[in-house]
Design a protein around this ligand. Structure first.
Ligand code: AP5
Length: 216
């Protein structure tokens, strides 16, 4: 089963994709994570996208669609995937259609995480991750059980994203409103969109998504 998690920055796409990976053996495909990995490794791609990402704008459709193709070609045909942060523009929607058709794959669900955009600024500016294994935390909503020590790998190094400051978050929200929100009607017309309340607890959101998947 292939699904898309759609929502503005901080809606919880990455958090829920991680939970689905664990529970369903699906693979999370996050264009944001792939682009950040390229930045960290200082590859040619990383150097090209750094300034755009740090400003909060979207990188080109061609770059992200190429990343998606590479990732899918590494997976078996029966491996279900969760698209996290892709597609984000109308051009990416049609590009994904072609990519999936060429690989004999089908999109089953688009899950829209419905959220209060103002509350997201707090979610994003409080976010940090383990510098070693990447486990996600939050200053208010999810602190490590033992202060300063990652629950998963025991590392004591944590990091914050350079685009998680308030000014850049507002640019990212603007990009979402202008370029990503307009793709919803395309999927609504296909009858595959389910809206889930993204403002509940992480568990409540997860249960709501599970209920959607259980319908198959
Ligand atoms: P990307 O990495 O995709 O960032 P984003 O869409 O802005 O989304 P986030 O990762 O900020 O949020 P999320 O929804 O995953 O929330 P999370 O689960 O972390 O993209 C970054 C950049 O890359 C873009 O700006 C662009 O430049 C580029 N890019 C990426 N894809 C692209 C594409 N397709 N086309 C063009 N450019 C692209 O949760 C946030 C925080 O809230 C966490 O701390 C979490 O613990 C907490 N939290 C989560 N759920 C809950 C809850 N229910 N209650 C309380 N706290 C919660």
């Amino acid at each position: 089963m292939d699904i898309i998690l759609l929502g503005p920055p901080g809606a919880g796409k990455g958090t829920q994709a991680g939970l689905l990976e664990g529970g369903h053996g699906m693979v999370q495909i996050s264009t944001g994570d792939m682009l950040r990995a390229a930045k960290t490794a200082n590859t040619e791609l990383g150097q090209r996208v750094k300034a755009v990402m740090d400003s909060g704008e979207l990188v080109s459709d061609e770059i992200v669609s190429n990343l998606i193709m590479e990732k899918l070609d590494d997976l078996g045909p029966d491996q279900g995937v969760i698209f996290d942060g892709y597609p984000r523009t109308e051009a990416q929607v049609y590009s994904l259609d072609e990519i999936l058709t060429a690989r004999n794959r089908k999109l089953h669900h688009v899950i829209e995480l419905a959220v209060d955009v103002e509350a997201l600024v707090e979610r994003i500016t409080g976010r940090f991750t383990c510098g070693n294994c990447g486990e996600g935390y939050h200053d208010t909503f999810k602190q490590p059980t033992k202060e300063g020590v990652c629950d998963v790998c025991g590392s004591t190094e944590f990091k914050r994203r350079p685009d998680d400051n308030e000014e850049t978050v507002r640019t990212r929200m603007g990009e979402y409103r202008a370029k990503t929100q307009p793709i919803l009607p395309i999927y609504e017309e296909r009858g595959i969109v389910t809206k889930v309340d993204g403002m509940g607890s992480m568990d409540a959101v997860s249960n709501a998504i599970e209920a959607v998947l259980a319908l198959d």
